[in-house]
Design a protein. Structure first.
Length: 77
């Protein structure tokens, strides 16, 4: 483990884990019934994608308050 500051959101372990989670959700939800495609499957996939997306967006924010806001959104997803 390095004490170097992250240069990209991809360097963040939390983003890496969230990304793996998205891939798992997509894989798992492939087996859902077709009747759930536009309901449960869609909602689950959108919520999972929101986590790494908000971490990435918050990474580039300049103020701590902005960073925290995006991390809170990711946590809520």
């Amino acid at each position: 483990m390095s004490n170097q500051p992250a240069k990209s959101f991809r360097d963040l372990i939390v983003w890496q884990k969230a990304h793996r989670f998205v891939l798992s959700v997509y894989s798992f939800s492939r087996n859902f019934p077709a009747s759930e495609t536009y309901e449960l499957t869609s909602q689950l996939r959108r919520a999972s994608v929101s986590v790494p997306a908000n971490i990435a967006e918050g990474f580039k924010k300049r103020t701590l308050a902005d960073k925290v806001r995006f991390l809170n959104i990711a946590q809520g997803s």
